[in-house]
Design a binder for this molecule. Structure first.
Ligand SMILES: Cc1cc2nc3c(=O)[nH]c(=O)nc-3n(C[C@H](O)[C@H](O)[C@H](O)COP(=O)(O)O)c2cc1C
Length: 390
């Protein structure tokens, strides 16, 4: 039998590119405008170095922790991604992998699988919502998630509805009509394995957004849900505090990029924040999240958990983020490449690669416990972070 194991996330990405149609691959690349922030998310990690020791490395390393009260076998969580048509098992495969490897899962309100099916296979599921629609429908979506067993909420606020990419956006069909699907026939024929995988499961990609519903009824289409979100005026911090008060449990605000706003989030009563630029999909030109992390972690102290997402591709990236003040990280494209490359096993493979990379790095730098990581474990260039905002 073929061995599908891949040893790095870069190899998973390469395999994904060969296995899925061009437009689906393009949707996973995503990014805004010139892609400056998207590239900086990974480039900034490359600027950080380590200070390994030569003897006396710890024989065992521990990386267990809790993320918003949920057990995590390592300080990594699945970031919510609203993507469609990647794999016939979709977010259920991701959730099974998360459960098998003992990490929490974030499920997007634009994901392709209903929360009920995901929470059933992963006990530590967090539901991600946008400020979209009226207040009653937001509360109803949260109540549906609670009934399904969601352990917490992730409110994502950093989306600026940028309209263009220098490399072009993939065409997303409005609906499953012959006319809409015709332009995709050529690229799909180039990937016969892709369509076979769907047919074997007796499915076709639907592009519905089932978690946007307040109940289990017929899901709106992608553009209908997107339109509702786009037409909703952005929330104030008072609105955020109101929404947080509607949820009795852990609550994260995702998409924080400034220390002053991190404090506003804490004042609104959050359990955690994620320092993020939406994987380079917010305002292009904003710095990589790892650059603003130290200032934000200092401003928050122990008042909430500090997560980071954007650019994590290896275990050593997780070690760098924790050394600069993160309690844990979220991963986005890394697991999407694993899912596209090899379904649930591919996501587990990505998580194993990250775990092994963390372990090897901690051994090399002589740190036995993630709680002991600090900036002194890194070589940080002088101009790494932008001037602090107080
Ligand atoms: C294709 C794609 C779709 C995404 N959809 C969502 C979403 O629906 N909700 C959300 O909070 N973040 C979304 N994100 C952002 C991710 O949760 C995360 O912040 C980002 O991917 C982290 O960067 P990384 O991909 O470099 O790990 C999306 C990102 C990508 C690449």
């Amino acid at each position: 039998m073929a061995n599908h194991w891949f040893e790095t996330v870069a190899i998973a990405q390469d395999r994904a590119k060969k296995r899925i149609p061009k437009s689906v691959y393009g949707a996973l690349i995503a990014g805004a405008e010139a892609g400056l922030s998207m590239r900086d998310n990974t480039a900034a990690f490359d600027e950080l170095g380590f200070r390994p020791i030569t003897a006396g490395q710890p024989p065992e390393r521990t990386m267990e922790t809790t993320i918003m009260g949920e057990y995590a076998s390592m300080p990594v969580m699945i970031s919510p991604t609203g993507v469609q048509a990647v794999h016939p098992e979709g977010e259920v495969a991701v959730a099974r992998a998360a459960a098998a490897r003992g990490i929490p899962m974030g499920l997007s309100s634009f994901a392709s699988t209903p929360i009920e099916q995901v929470a059933e296979v992963c006990g530590s599921t967090f539901f991600q919502i946008y400020w979209a629609g009226d207040r009653d429908s937001m509360v109803a979506r949260m109540e549906r998630a609670k009934a399904a067993g969601a352990k917490g909420m992730i409110l994502t606020l950093d989306w600026s509805f940028s309209h263009g990419r220098d490399w072009g956006s993939p065409h997303i069909p409005q609906r499953f009509s012959v006319k809409e699907l015709l332009p995709h026939v050529g690229e799909t024929l180039m990937r016969p394995g892709y369509i076979l995988r769907w047919l074997r499961k007796g499915k076709i990609p639907t592009l519905g957004v089932p978690n946007f519903n307040t109940d289990g009824g017929k899901p709106p289409g992608f553009f209908e849900a997107y339109g509702t979100w786009m037409m909703t005026p952005p929330p104030s911090w008072e609105d955020v505090a109101w929404l947080r008060a509607q949820w009795n449990g852990p609550f994260m605000v995702k998409g924080v990029a400034r220390a002053d706003e991190a404090r506003r989030a804490v004042d609104a009563g959050v359990t955690a924040i994620s320092v993020s630029n939406h994987g380079g999909n917010n305002v292009d030109g904003m710095p990589a999240s790892i650059r603003t992390l130290p200032e934000i972690a200092r401003a928050i102290g122990d008042d909430a958990q500090v997560l980071l997402d954007g650019g994590i591709r290896r275990g050593s990236d997780v070690v760098k983020a924790l050394s600069l003040g993160a309690d844990a990280v979220l991963i986005g494209r890394a697991y999407l490449w694993g899912l596209a490359a090899n379904g649930q096993a591919g996501v587990e493979n990505v998580l194993d690669v990250i775990r092994m990379g963390m372990d090897a790095t901690m051994r090399g730098i002589g740190v036995a416990d993630i709680a002991d990581l600090s900036p002194s474990d890194l070589v940080v260039p002088e101009a790494f972070s932008p001037p602090a905002i107080s």
